[in-house]
Design a protein around this ligand. Structure first.
Ligand code: GUN
Length: 294
């Protein structure tokens, strides 16, 4: 079997068009969603991501403001910027690009982003809402993965989903989303990681295999059940070339669906960020963004 290649770029462009129509309607009413993007330090990959996020805002007509801070920025200064943006009525979403420089306590700083403006869905309040089955903002990459499965009509309900990688950004929230008693979910989810005994025993039973472990071409064909749908969240640079966590050459020969790297999950993350930003703005205008005092 040769896999259908999932075109994340095309799906993302389609979603961005749908979202642009929504932003156009809002702007006719004099409303414009706004996103603030904060970049601390000069990590080259983060610079590319931030540039792409700004571009997407421009394309859709979302107001965006970018804050580039040096990697020597004191934690307190970053917190003050977040607090200023929390109060800014023209800003509905705040995105703090990760990773942060070593000297800054990531968890502590993320806690300062108002849950109402937390378009990354990383605040413990929003993670808790997801765990409780009543999410507001879903983290962008897991949401992008779910959306790809839906738009390619890959069945999820009752399927064996195996996720390799337990990060707070991808693996853990995605497991929570797909196990939910909800549409495009209801799967039986296994969450594998570096300490999993006999990984193959799990992966070879997967109807849907999602890999987000950060190890280049780690998943080879022998780990995959023929006919499985394989979603590769990894982005690794090898000899200047971008490759995923899945060995695409091998696995595309036996799987039913596969995402390429680049052009698979990556573009979806940005589309979902735009979706969350519009949602955040609407929650403000519709009076749903009630205040928090923690
Ligand atoms: N770094 C890698 N992925 C992400 C993401 O989804 N959001 C943010 N803020 N930083 C990231």
């Amino acid at each position: 079997m040769t896999a259908t290649i999932i075109d994340g770029k095309a799906v993302s462009n389609q979603i961005l068009e749908e979202l642009k129509a929504e932003v156009d309607l809002l702007r006719e009413k004099g409303q414009q969603p706004g996103l603030a993007v904060i970049l601390v330090g000069d990590d080259p990959a983060s610079q590319v991501y931030v540039r792409n996020k700004e571009r997407a805002c421009k394309k859709l007509g979302i107001f965006s403001s970018k804050y580039c801070l040096p990697d020597t920025t004191p934690e307190e200064e970053l917190i003050q910027l977040i607090q200023k943006l929390n109060r800014d009525p023209n800003i509905h979403g705040i995105l703090l690009q990760l990773p942060l420089p070593q000297a800054i306590d990531e968890k502590k700083v993320l806690d300062y982003i108002s849950p109402n403006k937390d378009v990354d869905g990383f605040h413990p309040y929003n993670l808790g809402r997801l765990l409780a089955g009543d999410p507001i903002f879903l983290p962008c990459t897991p949401q992008g993965v779910q959306e790809l499965l839906v738009r390619y009509q890959i069945p999820i309900e009752g399927q064996n989903v195996v996720i390799v990688g337990r990060s707070n950004i991808v693996g853990k929230p995605l497991a929570m989303m797909l196990v939910q008693k909800a549409k495009a979910a209801n799967a039986t989810v296994s969450l594998c990681h570096t300490r999993t005994k006999n990984l193959k025993e799990f992966t070879s039973r997967a109807d849907i295999l999602i890999v987000a472990c950060g190890k280049a071409r780690m998943v080879t064909a022998d780990l995959v059940r023929p006919g499985a749908a394989v979603i590769d969240v990894g982005i690794n640079r090898i000899d200047g070339k971008l490759v995923g966590d899945v060995d695409f050459e091998q696995v595309s020969q036996i799987s039913s669906f596969i995402t390429p790297v680049p052009g698979g999950v990556g573009p979806m993350t940005i589309a979902m960020l735009m979706k969350n930003t519009i949602k955040a703005a609407k929650r403000f205008w519709e009076g749903e963004a009630t205040s928090f005092s923690f």
